[in-house]
Design a protein around this ligand. Structure first.
Ligand code: KIV
Ligand code: ZN
Length: 523
C-alpha cells in the first residue's frame, strides 16, 4: 500500500485522469465490530473473515486487541502470519504492556501497524483517567515513541476526540505526529457529533496543526444517532484520507460506520466526492453474508446495499419504471455489489470444483478438508432435496466452519416421539472422542425442550437459552432449517449454529456447537 507523506489524504495512482483522491479503508470488524454484544468469533471464524476482508481489498485490517486476552492475541498473530496483501493492525492502550503485546502479535505481517489510543476529552480525563492535560500529552508521546521503535506505521487515536477542546486536541495531535505517528485517527467515540461539526474539526486540524501534512487523517464514527456514515463522508470532504468502518456497521453499542455504505456512497457519488477506494465492490454482499453468519448478527432486510430488500422493487409504478429504464429507480446495479444473479445453483450431479467455485462467490475460502466435508454433506443433501440453493450451501459451510474448532461433542443419532397429548421422549447418542454415550429422557414441554434435557445430562453442561431462532435457509418445505441459538453458561453468552432439513436435528447440532465453544473457552 502506498504510504502518504503528503498531508491528509493520498491522491490516486498516476494515470488517473480525474485525479480523484484514494481513500484508505481501515476495517475494524474484527476489533470494534467484535465488541458488539454477542458478536464474538472464534479463531477459525476470525481467520475466515480476515481472508475475506483481504480479498475484498481493504487497506488495513484491525485484527484485534492483543492484550485483551490470549485468544485475541493468538487471533491477531495468526492473521498476521497468514493473511497477505493488506496491512495488519493491532490495537493498544497507551502503555508499554499493551504496545509490546500488539507488536508481538502483528510483527509477522509484511505490513504491520500498531494503533495506540488514549482518551483526551475533559470527561474522560477527569472521570476515567484522572490525568491532567500535561500528563496526557506526555503519555501519548511515550506511547507513540515506543510503537514507532517497533514499526514505522503507527496510528494514534485521541479517544473521544470529537468532544475534546479544540486547543487541546491540536496540542495532542501535533505531539503525536512529532513522536512518530503516521496516521491520526479522530474518533467520534460516542456517536455524538454532527456532519457540519466533524467537517469543521477536520478543517480546523488541517489549518492549525503545523505538522499535519506528515500524517494521514482518519475518521472513526459511531452510529448512536444514526449519523456514522454521513459523518465519515463529511470528514472525507474536509480532507480525511482514511475511513474506519465495519462490515454491516457492527460495533460497540449501535455500531460503527458501515463499510459497504461509505464505499458505495463514494463510488456512486464519485461526481461529488472525487474519491476512489481499492474495494472490489462485487464482494460486498458475500462478505456481508459471511460476517452475519460468523457473528450471528442478522442484517435487517431494508439495510442499505446489503439488505435483502436493497434492490427489491415492490410497487407497481416502480416495477413499471424499472422495466422501461432501470435508472428510473435504481442508482446502483445489484451486480456492482455482488447480489447473485440467480439463486438456483447446484444439483446432484454437480462436482467439487463447482461447489468450491460457488463457495468462493458466496465469500468463503475453504481448505481442502473443509471442502471435502461440505461436499460429502452436499451430496447427502442432494439425495434428499432436488434443487440446492445458495442458502443451503451457506448453511452447510457455516456449520462446517463453526464446528471445525475443538469438536469435543458430536451427534451420532437421535430419535424422538412427541404429540399433543403426551410427554415427549427423546433418545440421543453423542460421541466424545472415540466414546459413544446414549441418554433417553421423557420430560419437557416439546421435543426441543426434551433434546435440551438429554444433551445437558450427557455433557454435564447446563445451558440457559436466551434466544432461539429457526430460519429456513432457502425456499420450499424441503429447505434446510437453520437454528441460531444464544445460550448462557456461568454468566457468559455463547452462540451455536446448526443446519439440517430436520429442525430437531438442527437444534441438537446448534446446542453441540455452543457446548463445543464453551469447552474450548474453558480449556
Ligand atoms: O471509538 C473509539 O474511540 C475507538 C478507539 C479505540 C479508536 O474505538
Ligand atoms: Zn470505536
Amino acid at each position: 500500500m502506498p504510504q502518504s507523506t503528503s498531508g491528509t489524504a493520498e491522491t490516486s495512482e498516476p494515470g488517473n485522469a480525474s485525479n480523484a483522491r484514494m481513500i484508505r479503508i481501515f476495517d475494524t470488524t474484527l476489533r470494534d465490530g467484535e465488541q458488539s454484544p454477542g458478536a464474538s468469533m472464534n479463531l477459525v471464524e476470525k481467520l475466515e473473515v480476515a481472508q475475506a476482508l483481504a480479498d475484498l481489498g481493504v487497506d488495513i485490517i484491525e485484527a484485534g486487541f492483543p492484550i485483551a486476552s490470549p485468544g485475541d492475541f493468538e487471533a491477531v498473530k495468526q492473521i498476521a502470519q497468514t493473511v497477505r496483501g493488506t496491512t495488519i493492525c493491532g490495537l493498544a492502550r497507551c502503555n508499554d504492556k499493551d504496545i509490546d503485546a500488539a507488536w508481538e502479535a502483528v510483527k509477522y505481517a509484511p505490513q504491520a501497524r500498531i494503533h495506540v489510543f488514549l482518551a483526551t476529552s475533559a470527561i474522560h480525563r477527569e472521570f476515567k483517567l484522572r490525568m491532567t492535560t500535561d500528563e496526557i500529552v506526555e503519555r501519548a508521546i511515550a506511547g507513540v515513541r515506543r510503537a514507532a521503535n517497533y514499526c514505522d506505521d503507527v496510528e494514534f487515536s485521541p479517544e473521544d476526540a470529537c468532544r475534546t477542546e479544540h486547543d487541546f486536541l491540536c496540542r495532542v495531535v501535533e505531539a503525536a505526529i512529532d513522536a512518530g505517528a503516521t496516521t491520526i485517527n479522530v474518533p467520534d467515540t460516542v456517536g455524538y457529533i454532527t456532519a457540519k461539526e466533524i467537517f469543521n474539526v477536520f478543517s480546523m486540524l488541517r489549518e492549525r496543526v503545523p505538522n499535519i501534512d506528515k500524517a494521514v487523517l482518519s475518521t472513526h464514527c459511531h452510529d448512536d444517532l444514526g449519523m456514522a456514515v454521513s459523518n465519515s463522508l463529511a470528514a472525507v470532504e474536509a480532507g480525511a484520507g482514511q475511513i474506519e468502518c465495519t462490515i454491516n456497521g457492527i460495533g460497540e453499542r449501535a455500531g460503527n460506520a458501515a463499510l459497504e455504505e461509505v464505499v458505495m456512497a463514494l463510488k456512486t457519488r464519485r461526481d461529488f466526492y472525487h474519491c476512489d477506494t481499492r474495494i472490489d465492490t462485487r464482494r460486498l454482499v458475500p462478505v456481508s453474508r459471511l460476517v452475519s453468519k460468523m457473528t450471528g448478527i442478522q442484517v435487517q432486510r431494508n439495510k442499505a446495499i446489503v439488505g435483502r430488500n436493497a434492490f427489491a422493487h415492490e410497487s407497481g409504478i416502480h416495477q413499471d419504471g424499472m422495466l422501461k429504464e432501470r435508472s428510473t429507480y435504481e442508482i446502483m446495479s445489484p451486480d456492482d455489489v455482488g447480489v447473485a444473479k440467480t439463486d438456483l445453483v447446484l444439483g446432484k450431479h454437480s462436482g467439487r470444483a463447482a461447489l468450491a467455485d460457488r463457495a468462493k462467490t458466496l465469500g468463503y475460502t475453504l481448505s481442502s478438508e473443509q471442502l471435502q466435508t461440505v461436499f460429502d454433506q452436499f451430496k447427502r443433501l442432494a439425495d434428499k432435496k432436488k434443487d440446492i440453493y445458495d442458502g443451503d450451501i451457506v448453511a452447510l459451510i457455516q456449520q462446517q466452519i463453526s464446528g471445525s474448532v475443538e469438536q469435543e461433542w458430536a451427534l451420532v443419532d437421535y430419535e424422538v416421539t412427541s404429540g399433543t397429548a403426551r410427554t415427549p421422549r427423546v433418545r440421543v447418542t453423542l460421541k466424545q472422542g472415540d466414546r459413544e454415550f446414549t441418554e433417553e429422557v421423557e420430560q419437557g414441554d416439546g421435543p426441543i425442550d426434551a433434546a435440551f434435557w438429554a444433551v445437558e445430562k450427557m455433557t454435564g453442561i447446563e445451558l440457559v437459552c436466551k434466544d432461539f431462532r429457526v430460519r429456513s435457509a432457502t425456499l420450499g418445505r424441503d429447505a434446510i432449517g437453520e437454528v441460531n441459538l444464544e445460550v448462557e453458561h456461568k454468566g457468559k453468552s455463547y452462540r451455536g449454529v446448526g443446519a439440517s432439513t430436520d429442525s430437531v436435528e438442527s437444534t441438537i447440532l446448534a446446542m453441540l456447537n455452543a457446548i463445543n465453544r464453551i469447552v474450548a473457552k474453558d480449556k
